[in-house]
Write a protein that binds this ligand. Structure first.
Ligand SMILES: Cc1cc2nc3c(=O)[nH]c(=O)nc-3n(C[C@H](O)[C@H](O)[C@H](O)COP(=O)(O)OP(=O)(O)OC[C@H]3O[C@@H](n4cnc5c(N)ncnc54)[C@H](O)[C@@H]3O)c2cc1C
Length: 464
């Protein structure tokens, strides 16, 4: 442990003194207030957060004031945009909520956007669309753009357009020493390296400059079938053969019979194939045709869509739920692995996960960016992600079941994980996700820009 005691002085007195120092300067909220409850809420109800204070700075300078004052009072700092990726309880910490940092400017002549840290992808997509431009965003419009980018980001077009953080041109960021900086390939290049893939380890990002792509429309959507076995087998053979304009993923779904779930999909095991195609629509339809022939789809939403409808490809559920998720990477999805996957999660299995998603990675997402970054596991070609609703009554079974699936797929699993998909926090999370060389460099950069270890995100890399 190399952190000075000052950064661990999580006492009530320190928090009270910090609250007094912030009063009248930056909006800050104590537990029990509606603002504290709202700003520290998470979308996964199994991960409650209990920060000692929540600050909602209204400008980059206010973020710098908050981080500096927290450091002076020995109170550690975490950061949150939307709560979609919350993973730690944050006891005794100050949580910086970025919701007020909602500045957005699209610069069509440059093909870029300046995106405040409080913005969700939906706002960026809507603002860029009138210019025929689109950010390389994730599957869910409600996810925070900046939080997503700090974890790299594999969206519905990742095989074609690459890891989303490859498009970041600059970060405006407050480092743990309380200084507001602009990190680019040439200014503070180590920060620019580590903020792309290193999550919140090196700073509180207040905004990014992001390159957009010319993509007014897409050919995309999803097919849903009741023929789980036939579709999974056909998809696993087909996905590696598709051209680079195609990105695809698959989900074995057990959707409950609830309002909003289409009748043919509710209360049964189905499979969905997601397809995103950036080229000519007729060519995309020809590429997808073999999958459409496998089984008469129950639902087929694939067609030409405006880029503003990109969220319809995955149609992720929105809103807060208690869920347990798990993630692993596979080396290979050949016939034996597919057979095992179907034994583990197919209709005849004991699987209790509501979603078992397999994303085909590779393509442009495997290429190293022109300016190196901290993003791990670029060579991975398959990602498996499970989600199960974990109420007090179901949680133990859902967790056990995720372990059963991971054990069953172990012969095909490769080490590591994608930062955005790997649950957990702290050193165990960092050791699971990043190679030792990346962890060592993140720790070194963290010590330089955050000598007192104020940022909780950096501690995951510095505690050994
Ligand atoms: C429905 C759904 C769909 C998803 N789809 C995809 C997908 O297609 N591809 C993919 O890659 N991921 C996906 N994810 C995962 C998602 O990208 C991560 O959970 C991401 O961290 C969420 O960011 P957020 O800001 O919304 O969440 P938050 O909970 O607000 O933040 C999560 C973490 O991001 C970091 N962070 C957030 N804001 C900042 C900041 N201003 N400065 C520094 N660090 C910050 C911190 O480490 C924070 O703990 C999905 C998640 C959900 C819930």
């Amino acid at each position: 442990m190399d952190l000075p005691p000052r950064a661990d002085a999580r006492t009530d007195a320190a928090v009270a003194a910090l609250g007094a120092a912030l009063a009248g300067r930056v909006p800050a909220h104590v537990p029990g207030t509606p603002e504290h409850t709202a700003l520290s809420a998470t979308t996964n109800l199994t991960v409650p957060q209990r920060p000692a204070l929540v600050a909602a700075p209204r400008s980059p300078q206010e973020v710098a004031d908050v981080v500096r004052l927290a450091g002076e009072h020995g109170v550690p700092v975490a950061v949150q945009g939307t709560g979609h990726g919350a993973s730690a309880p944050l006891d005794g910490a100050l949580l910086v909520s970025t919701v007020e940092l909602d500045h957005l400017a699209v610069l069509p002549a440059r093909g870029t956007a300046h995106v405040g840290a409080g913005l969700r992808w939906s706002r960026v997509v809507e603002a860029a669309a009138p210019y025929g431009l689109m950010p390389v965003c994730g599957s869910a419009p409600s996810v925070g753009a900046v939080g997503y980018l700090t974890g790299g980001g594999h969206g519905p077009l990742a095989r074609t357009l690459g890891v989303s953080s490859d498009r970041v041109r600059a970060f405006d960021v407050v480092t743990g020493d309380g200084v507001l900086r602009r990190a680019t390939p040439t200014d503070d290049p180590d920060l620019f390296w580590g903020l792309r893939g290193g999550r919140g380890a090196l700073g509180v990002v207040v905004a990014v400059d992001l390159a957009l792509v010319d993509q007014p429309t897409l050919y995309g959507g999803s097919l849903w079938s009741a023929d789980v076995e036939g579709t999974v087998q056909a998809w696993a053979r087909w996905a590696p053969t598709v051209p680079p304009q195609a990105s695809t993923s698959l989900g074995v779904m057990r959707l409950p019979a609830l309002p909003g779930v289409p009748e043919p999909l509710a209360g049964r095991t189905t499979v969905t194939v997601r397809f995103g195609w950036t080229g000519d629509a007729d060519e995309g339809a020809a590429v997808l045709a073999p999958l459409r022939r496998v089984a008469a789809p129950l639902v087929d939403t694939v067609g030409v869509i405006p880029c503003t409808a990109i969220g319809s490809i995955h149609a992720d559920p929105d809103g807060a739920l208690p869920v347990h998720d798990s993630h692993l990477l596979l080396e290979d999805l050949g016939p034996e692995a597919v057979e095992r996957l179907l034994e583990l999660v197919g209709p005849a299995s004991s699987c209790v996960q509501n979603v078992v998603e397999v994303r085909h990675l590779g393509g442009a997402a495997s290429r190293q960016p022109a300016v190196p970054d901290a993003m791990p596991s670029r060579a991975a070609t398959w990602s498996v992600f499970t989600v199960g609703v974990a109420t007090p009554a179901t949680a133990a079974a859902v967790v056990d079941d995720a372990g059963r699936i991971a054990a069953g797929l172990a012969p095909w699993t490769r080490p590591g994980g994608l930062p955005n998909f790997t649950a957990g926090h702290g050193t165990a999370w960092a050791e699971r996700v990043y190679p030792a060389v990346t962890r060592a460099r993140l720790a070194e950069v963290s010590r330089r820009y955050d000598p007192d270890g104020v940022l909780l995100g950096g501690r995951a890399f510095r505690t050994r």
